[in-house]
Design a protein around this ligand. Structure first.
Ligand code: AMP
Ligand code: MN
Ligand code: MN
Ligand code: MN
Length: 283
């Protein structure tokens, strides 16, 4: 099945509205879709309504920012109840420090001669509670400071660079618990992106499972073919369900468009096998 269970709208750091993403997913042949905005459920109702209108089955989704062993890890939640109070409160708390963080990022950039980036980035924000590094990156590209968003991250926004501000996100335990208690399944997003030692990575997967986490992204826009092969083995080692998602943020910006990824390796159990009764179906 062409499932795409990871992407972003203007409600977080994507460039398309939820309705436009639904239409794009449908046009690209997606058969099961989830919008997974960072730390935010504000686009869920619109995404679901648009998908169902197009005949596209929909799973609720989000991508929670977590700090684990001093590294930012992303946990995707799928198939939860969007009205769950603890999940909503947890996400609101996770979003909470973003504005202050962004002001500190702007201070750091001002010190190296790039002024006014807070107001600049704000012009790109669709949701005032969700100002992210991506919005700074777009501003710095459009003002000619850098050639593309990857260049901005590399030069200014990653650890050790002037616009980087360390931040404490949710705990792994809380993120997994919020998702699970809201009836959903927690999935480790794009594991190849984290700079962990083997011991730390083992701890991440072990603790994730101990807290009730059940899945891992194997095929994602953030993984090479060899990353996918490696985490297919990890999925088997830890007895985890496998997920698949483009992590699409917008045309011209993302590696992979909605619905265009390779299939999951046949030896894995897809996460959607256990989510059948959580899917919102047309008609
Ligand atoms: P934040 O939540 O504000 O720390 O921003 C994280 C977002 O920045 C991620 O969800 C990606 O969309 C984007 N991002 C992170 N690293 C890179 C990179 N190297 N190049 C382009 N985008 C990136
Ligand atoms: Mn993002
Ligand atoms: Mn992510
Ligand atoms: Mn993402």
């Amino acid at each position: 099945m062409n499932a795409d269970l990871h992407c972003h709208s203007v409600v977080s750091d994507g460039t398309l509205e939820p309705e436009a993403l639904a239409a794009r997913a449908r046009a690209n042949g997606v058969e099961l879709w989830a919008l997974t905005d960072h730390d935010e459920l504000g686009g869920q109702r619109r995404a679901r309504a648009a998908a169902l209108k197009l005949g596209l089955p929909y799973l609720t989704g989000t991508e929670i920012s977590v700090t684990f062993a001093n590294v930012t890890v992303h946990i995707v939640g799928l198939g939860f109840d969007t009205d769950n109070a603890a999940l909503n409160a947890g996400l609101a708390a996770t979003r909470g420090g973003r504005r202050e963080r962004a002001m500190e990022m702007a201070d750091g950039l001002a010190k190296v001669g790039i002024p006014d980036t807070f107001d600049g980035a704000l012009q790109y924000v669709g949701n005032p509670e969700l100002i992210s590094r991506t919005h700074f990156a777009r501003y710095l590209v459009d003002t000619g400071v850098c050639d593309d968003t990857h260049d901005v991250f590399r030069r200014y926004l990653v650890e050790g660079k002037p616009g980087y501000v360390p931040h404490r996100w949710a705990t792994l335990r809380n993120a997994v618990t919020w998702i699970t208690e809201a009836g959903g399944v927690a999935v480790i997003a794009h594991p190849a992106r984290y700079r962990f030692t083997p011991t730390e990575e083992y701890a991440l997967f072990s603790e994730f499972k101990a807290h009730g986490g059940r899945g891992v992204e194997v095929v994602t826009g953030s993984h090479s073919a060899s990353d996918a092969a490696r985490y297919a083995d990890t999925a088997i080692e830890f007895d985890l369900l496998a997920s698949r998602g483009s992590d699409f943020h917008g045309p011209g910006e993302s590696h992979s468009d909605l619905g265009t990824l390779p299939a999951l390796p046949a030896k894995l159990t897809p996460v959607w096998d256990v989510l059948a009764d959580r899917v919102h179906r047309p008609g």
